[in-house]
Design a protein around this ligand. Structure first.
Ligand SMILES: [Zn+2]
Length: 95
């Protein structure tokens, strides 16, 4: 796939998500669910949970991973445990 088409698609997705987020935020504030200051306070709290106030959520890099089933240490780039075959999900959930 052409890299420029891929970048254009991602930019378009981000613009659409930004529009949706602004729409939802405006509706929540206008309907009294929370104030803009409350939103900003929680946003700063969540931003800092990854150890860096940088305006985004950064995935934490783990030094090692252990299999949830057999508990043996396995490389982070594996999707399955090489000892017992357990399917390991390496992507950390955002939430
Ligand atoms: Zn295992």
């Amino acid at each position: 796939m052409d890299i420029n088409k891929k970048i254009d698609g991602i930019s378009s997705d981000i613009s659409r998500m930004s529009l949706f987020n602004r729409t939802i935020l405006r509706l929540l504030i206008e309907n009294g669910v929370f104030t803009e200051d409350e939103f900003k306070d929680v946003l700063i709290d969540i931003d800092g949970e990854d150890g860096s106030l940088d305006g985004k959520i950064t995935k934490k890099k783990r030094a090692s991973s252990s299999c949830p089933k057999c508990k043996k240490t396995i490389p982070l780039n594996r999707d399955t445990c090489m000892y017992c075959g357990y399917v390991v999900h390496t992507d950390e959930d955002v939430f």
